[in-house]
Design a protein around this ligand. Structure first.
Ligand SMILES: [Zn+2]
Length: 337
């Protein structure tokens, strides 16, 4: 009898304890999740206070196309810019460089809104087509936890403190090209892509870009790989490495990138070679070894407009965002839109 009573007590206890145990676990879990969420909300902050918004009138909302999903979302202009600045420039860069990036990105965005490339959207998130963008959640996730709050605040400050600011030339919004590292000197539109030059995009020189990791890169490949790669684009390509002068640089751009180069029987542009070999820039030299071909590349990007490492380098030496913008874009004004 005693045994039966004891068994009943144990069974009853189990019935009571299991739900309590489960609830506890569940509570613990949900509290943890809430903590993380509230941490994001309270400490890292929402986009902007609603009373702190700038009236952008016709440019208030950006229709952003997510290239991977084909989805189009509508965002407030400055909210969109947080995702651009934090994606396009490292948060570790100087505040004035981040501000310059915010103004350049805002200008570039409004230019795209006025000169649409995509059918139902103002701009897309593919950096090779329009301008990179990252969601706040994804951005925070990629930063170390200890840097999240300060990084986000820094980006927010750059966008907020330049709100309304855009770059104009003769009263018109400019096409504010930018790139990562100019290798010391930027270039004009026509020397990189041909066509008409834009008066505000001149070749300018900036010091200090050689101290960034984007400055130097190399690509080494076998002679066979080199030949096959060019043949993918030009099936009539041939080269005889036993002969002298098989690779000859024919001309340079104003900013010192390769404009025209002769390789074997072909005359190609520096930009085309950059594309064929996915080089970081068209500022390169080619070394012909016994077995291999080696590209030594300086700088990163097309080289037109603002150099981001150049902007950071200038900010480190005391320039503010207006100095930086005026250095990279010639004869422009920074105005409120
Ligand atoms: Zn695009």
């Amino acid at each position: 009898m005693k045994k039966i009573i004891l068994s009943i007590i144990v069974i009853v206890l189990i019935f009571f304890l299991i739900p309590i145990f489960l609830t506890k676990r569940f509570d613990a879990k949900s509290t943890m999740t809430n903590d993380v969420l509230s941490d994001n909300k309270n400490n890292i902050g929402d986009y902007f206070n609603s009373d702190n918004k700038y009236d952008y009138k016709e440019y208030e909302k950006v229709k952003l196309l997510h290239v991977k999903t084909g989805e189009i979302v509508e965002l407030d202009l400055d909210e969109y810019l947080l995702g651009v600045v934090s994606s396009e420039m490292p948060a570790s860069y100087e505040e004035e460089a981040l501000k310059a990036q915010a103004v350049v990105a805002r200008t570039y965005t409004i230019y795209k809104m006025k000169n649409k490339k995509h059918e139902n959207a103002d701009i897309c998130d593919d950096p090779t087509c329009c301008q990179a963008w990252i969601s706040k959640e994804e951005r925070l996730e990629k930063w170390n936890e200890e840097d999240r709050q300060s990084n986000w605040e820094k980006i927010k400050k750059a966008v907020e403190e330049t709100k309304g600011k855009v770059i104009t030339y003769n009263g018109e919004i400019i096409n504010a090209f930018f790139h990562s590292n100019s290798g010391g000197t930027t270039d004009t539109v026509s020397s990189v892509w041909g066509g008409e030059n834009l008066p505000y995009l001149q070749s300018v020189t900036t010091s200090g870009e050689d101290s960034y990791s984007q400055y130097n890169s190399e690509l080494e490949l076998s002679k066979a790989e080199f030949i096959n790669k060019i043949k993918e684009y030009h099936s009539d390509f041939n080269i005889d490495f036993t002969l002298q002068n098989q690779i000859e640089i024919l001309s340079y751009t104003e900013g010192g990138r390769i404009e025209k180069i002769r390789i074997g029987n072909l005359e190609l542009s520096g930009v085309e070679i950059r594309n064929i070999f996915s080089l970081k820039s068209a500022r390169f030299t080619i070394e012909i070894g016994d077995e291999n071909i080696k590209f030594k590349v300086i700088g990163y990007g097309h080289g037109v407009g603002m150099s981001q490492t150049g902007a950071d380098s200038m900010a480190k030496k005391g320039s503010n965002y207006e100095d930086i913008i005026k250095h990279f874009y010639t004869g422009i004004e920074i105005k409120d839109i």
